[in-house]
Write a protein that binds this ligand. Structure first.
Ligand code: ADP
Ligand code: MG
Length: 703
């Protein structure tokens, strides 16, 4: 027998490996090939256990070894009528993953098989790609087969039959195609500290592993790293892009996978949770450079811990995530507070309503340069990327129209459906939204209902569990305290900066420390992140009877305030769920398994104060849920109705005219104590809604 070549030796080694480890898997593949299954999936650990050298070589020379592995599969002893001609061998479960931002030519990553983890930012639809094109000569009919590799469509130089240069026609039936898809995998939000911009890598995948993942999925992809020369127009650049040929794609559990909590951390967390002052300490750990806002900060803490997501026996689901909105005057520290979330949330995405990507806040089907030739792809926006975490969205009022409609579903059902250009997908967006917005006309007008002062539609506003209004009104005592705080913060910053930049600073470390003390978070941000992750993972509190009673009483009491016939309804059932979520979150802060009365009280206190700010009808001073849920208070609706009545009555009196003259309307409204300004304002609104129109100059008619 002839000495086998080194290559044959490697093929034989794979064959031995298969016989030892994958006998059953291969016979199953043989039964299901080629329709249901076309790949043999190999666990790296099995290969390593069988032969560490072979496993390591597989990683350093993946293309070559991959060929041998597939060759061995084709040669595998199978029943006569079965062939695994085109079956793939797909390696997975590598011992390490490489950080996407750490991929370097220097570390010999190029050409190697590596694994990366992250979230799918973008995925094209699955399209057939030609792998071998059959060119039919139009002169002699001979077929010339040209294998297609990456980098454009290769055509034959001459016909293999008549040796002339065509013309040719591509015969699709005789050509070979494979399903192909391109993915963009971006670093997971929790891997990023202090708001680093996430980096991503593009991955090409083929055949049976296409179409299995979608934007927003957390994945680990194993594949071979390649480089591709950048071209600008026809010019070749010196720069290269990195990309991967994906070999296997696995969907990961979305929980905080990168958050490692040691036994020591755990002890520290439990110790902290027993502090009687834990809530104050938590509040003092949110954006310490921002003065005041203790209530907002407490709400942010509760939002980070979040309520318990419940699955009901009938399969439906009640969200545990809290949504919260800060609306307020400019320059009141909203943006600062929002961006601080990045330091303490286990998983967060911080963005502006305008959005920095084409997917905006929700998700979008887009057609751009990603993929070959203007292919459609599905791109995940902020709320999808923040799945299982918190999305901090500044300038929410500036969000794009496409996002507005998708937002309702995203906030309540916590998923986003996309149906466009043949892409049908439902993406998960199980996150809490922390939004900030400015009032429509720049500054707040306390005397107008909130719904009218913010550029968000009422249906969306009503999805928020808590809405805080932030007004900037001069107040000597408060202003002095605020000034003191800001000056101190800045002074601490000056000292710190001088000490690190000047070789012999005037101040000692101790002096700096004493000043810095006031602006340092009470709980170290790193520990707080772990604390939150730990609580969300391990703590699922249930309501005590006392807590239930407290929440019920609060709710019933609020409702009863509007019980007499004509009064506005104060609160709707949606608020009740908000109260429950807040109370659960409050229990989680103590790592408590039960929601106690104190939690219920914390929850009702926050809701009462929010309602006081916004749920009040500015004209009557009463709570009015309609202000929040529909954007118009009852007294205002009554007035609008009466203006309509006035127009109708006046219109009927002036039969000769096309409509009711404005002077007569104002006069009649004056009798009912409605000022001219209000009249004009209401008419403007009615016109905008299409309830009233202008048949002639300064004349009005009800539709
Ligand atoms: P907004 O987003 O509400 O318009 P910013 O967050 O951009 O406001 O705040 C503007 C500046 O004012 C920031 O530098 C912030 O530090 C400061 N500032 C505003 N309010 C406070 C506050 N209560 N305590 C400390 N700094 C504040
Ligand atoms: Mg701002």
């Amino acid at each position: 027998m002839a000495q086998s070549s080194p290559n044959q030796e490697l093929v034989d080694r794979f064959a031995r490996f298969y016989r030892n480890y994958y006998r059953d898997a291969i016979s199953q593949l043989a039964q299901q090939y080629p329709n249901e299954q076309r790949s043999l999936h190999i666990d790296y650990n099995d290969l390593y256990q069988f032969d560490p050298d072979l496993a390591e070589d597989y990683l350093s020379q993946p293309d070559q070894l991959g060929d041998f592995a597939e060759e061995a599969l084709r040669m595998y002893d199978l029943p006569a009528d079965v062939s695994l001609g085109q079956a793939h061998v797909r390696l997975r479960n590598l011992p390490d993953t490489v950080d996407i931002r750490a991929i370097r030519v220097h570390d010999n990553h190029v050409g190697r098989m590596i694994a990366v983890s992250g979230i799918i930012r973008k995925a094209t639809d699955v399209r057939p790609k030609i792998t071998e094109a059959a060119f039919e000569c139009q002169r002699c009919g001979t077929m010339t087969y040209i294998p297609q590799s990456d980098g454009g469509f290769q055509e034959p130089h001459e016909c293999q039959g008549c040796e002339r240069q065509g013309p040719f026609r591509v015969n699709y039936d005789q050509s070979e195609f494979v399903d192909s898809q391109k993915l963009r995998v971006q670093e997971s939000p929790e891997g990023l500290r202090g708001g680093e911009t996430p980096q991503s890598i593009d991955i090409d995948i083929e055949d049976d592993i296409t179409g299995k993942v979608t934007a927003g999925d957390h994945v680990t992809v194993t594949g071979v790293l390649h480089i591709d020369q950048v071209t600008e127009g026809n010019e070749k650049s010196q720069l290269f892009d990195l990309y991967m040929d994906g070999v296997s794609v696995e969907i990961e559990d979305e929980q905080f996978e990168d958050m490692e909590i040691t036994e020591a951390d755990k002890r520290e967390i439990i110790e902290l949770s027993n502090h009687p002052s834990i809530y104050e300490e938590m509040v003092a750990s949110v954006a310490p450079s921002i003065y005041g806002y203790d209530e907002e900060k407490l709400a942010m803490i509760l939002q980070l811990f979040s309520g318990v997501t419940k699955t009901l026996p009938d399969g439906s689901r009640i969200r545990g995530d809290l949504h919260m909105l800060l609306i307020g005057d400019p320059g009141t520290g909203k943006s600062q507070m929002l961006s601080y979330i990045r330091n303490i949330a286990p998983r967060s995405v911080y963005t502006s309503g305008k959005g920095s990507s084409s997917a905006g806040l929700t998700a979008a089907a887009v057609r751009d340069d990603f993929g070959e030739g203007q292919q459609w792809s599905l791109e995940a926006g902020a709320l999808v990327l923040a799945d299982q975490g918190i999305a901090a969205v500044d300038e929410l009022d500036k969000m794009r129209p496409e996002d507005r409609s998708a937002m309702h579903q995203a906030l309540e059902q916590q998923e986003i459906s996309i149906s466009k250009a043949g892409i049908n997908a439902t993406l998960k967006s199980r996150c809490s939204l922390l939004g900030a917005a400015n009032p429509k006309y720049g500054r707040f007008d306390q005397y107008e209902p909130i719904g009218e002062q913010i550029d968000l539609e009422p249906a969306l506003i009503s999805r928020f569990d808590l809405i805080f209004t932030v007004t900037d009104q001069p107040d000597p005592d408060e202003d002095a305290a605020l000034a003191e705080h800001i000056l101190r913060t800045n002074y601490a910053g000056e000292l710190e900066t001088q000490r690190t930049n000047v070789s012999n600073p005037e101040f000692t470390e101790a002096e700096v420390a004493s000043v810095t003390d006031t602006v340092e978070p009470a709980i170290d941000p790193d520990l707080l992140r772990k604390y939150i992750a730990y609580a969300k993972r391990n703590c699922y509190p249930t309501m005590t009877d006392e807590a239930q009673a407290a929440i019920r009483d609060f709710y019933v009491d609020l409702r009863s305030k509007g019980a007499d016939e004509d009064a506005p309804v104060p609160v709707t059932a949606r608020k009740l769920e908000a109260l429950v979520r807040l109370a659960e979150a409050s229990a989680r802060v103590r790592l408590s398994d039960t929601v106690e009365q104190e939690d219920a009280k914390r929850s009702t206190d926050i809701v009462r104060s929010c309602l006081q700010d916004i749920g009040v009808d500015p004209e009557t001073g009463e709570f009015d849920a309609d202000v929040i849920e529909t954007g118009t208070s009852k007294s205002q609706r009554d007035r609008i109705k009466s203006i309509k009545d006035v127009i109708e009555t006046v219109d009927a009196e002036y039969e000769g005219e096309a409509g009711a003259p404005i002077d007569a309307i104002v006069e009649r409204a004056g009798v009912e104590d409605i000022s001219e300004e209000k009249v004009m304002d209401q008419i403007e609104q009615l016109k905008r809604k299409g309830d009233v129109y202008t048949p002639a100059t300064d004349q009005y008619k009800v539709v």
